[in-house]
Design a protein around this ligand. Structure first.
Ligand code: PLP
Length: 353
């Protein structure tokens, strides 16, 4: 181990992002990026914002926060923005989730949560999904300092109805409850209407998936002003300017193009159902997805071997090694041609061995 490293750096077990390889003709279904481009208005707004790159951006991103507030029916003081929702979530771990009693999250969920818990020394405990890989909110009735759920969950894609989130909040009125809605636009029910009556609820969103802006890095949180103030304290102890001028302008332009947003989300949902059906025809079991990916396994095949076979055919999907998920592949919804190539490659791999 390099002696120049801090003790902290030596102990870290970082999150491993999905690969971004440059292989010609690659079908890339491993990082839940959108198969569609963002609204054309985003590029126009970014070009206009680029005229002023000499100047620092608004550190509070007031114009973007006003647009988010108007879009979601909350007050600007109930909004917080960051460099991707990963940054918003990281600040949330420090600002709201670190208490003496443990932070609870599912045993199968976004694998960044345990990474932040370790980085920031947040006591954490996992709560197993049930046998159908669903979150059961009754299982969270135990001593807890805070709770975080992804809804729809990742990598299962399964969504909890809003009534279940309301039941969770009723069980835990006095601790922070965070709902990570990275995929909610693909068929989930948002918890945002519960914010008005629950000052302990924080909803985290991203523009990376349903707004096709993964490359711009814009995430945000919505919640009671008291929670938002804590996030601002951490942000201003870390980086006062997390969003550059292009990101702020691009995000505002995306919010302004509602027709484009609705059309692309409908396209992705339709493509997801076609992809799931194709996989089922090949013998895969596909969990019911409310996201822009599916989580699927083949009863006779090893997940790692399937992922490797697809990779040999230039089709990239995500495989996780955890004990409950290693049989599965997480496959992002692609465009028509990509889905056709996926199904063709999967058929070949299944026929091969
Ligand atoms: C993709 C993802 C994020 C992070 O999104 P960014 O805004 O791109 O950082 C957060 N949570 C979950 C569950 C995700 O899948």
């Amino acid at each position: 181990m390099n002696p120049l490293w801090s003790a902290l750096a030596r102990e870290l077990q970082p999150y491993v992002p999905g690969e971004q390889p440059r292989i010609a003709g690659l079908v890339k279904l491993n990082t839940n990026e959108s198969p569609l481009p963002p609204s054309p208005r985003v590029a126009e707004a970014i070009a206009a914002a680029s005229a002023n790159l000499r100047l620092y951006p608004d550190p509070e991103a007031n114009e973007l926060r006003q647009a988010l507030a108007a879009y979601h029916g909350v007050a600007p003081e109930q909004t917080f923005v960051g460099n991707g929702s990963d940054e918003v979530l990281a600040h949330t771990f420090l600002a709201l989730l670190k208490h003496d009693a443990p932070l609870l999250f599912p045993d199968v969920t976004y694998s960044f949560y345990p990474v932040w818990a370790r980085l920031y020394g947040v006591a954490a405990a996992t709560v197993p999904l049930d046998a159908a890989m669903r979150v059961r909110v009754a299982d969270y009735r135990r001593p807890a300092g805070s709770i975080i759920l992804a809804n729809p969950n990742a990598p299962t894609g399964i969504a909890l109805p809003r009534a279940e989130i309301a039941a969770l909040l009723a069980d835990h009125p006095d601790i922070p409850v965070v709902v990570d809605e990275a995929y909610v636009d693909f068929g989930g029910e948002t918890a945002v209407p519960l914010i008005a009556s629950h000052p302990n609820l924080l909803v985290v969103r991203t523009m990376s998936k349903s707004r096709a802006l993964a490359g711009l890095r814009v995430g945000y949180a919505l919640g009671d002003g008291g929670l938002i103030e804590a996030l601002g304290r951490v942000k201003d102890s870390f980086n006062s300017y997390p969003l550059g001028r292009p990101a702020q302008a691009g995000a505002i332009a995306s919010l302004a193009d509602e027709a484009y947003f609705q059309a692309s989300r409908a396209t992705v949902i339709g493509a997801r159902e076609a992809m799931a059906q194709g996989l089922r025809r090949l013998g895969f079991e596909v969990l019911p997805s409310a996201a822009n990916f599916v989580f699927a396994r083949h009863p006779q095949r090893d997940g790692a071997a399937l992922a490797a076979g697809l990779r040999e055919r230039a089709v990239l999907v995500r495989h996780f090694a955890g004990p409950r998920v290693r049989a599965y592949l997480r496959i992002s919804v692609g465009g028509k041609a990509d889905v056709a190539r996926l199904l063709e490659a999967a058929a070949e791999v299944l026929a091969g061995a």
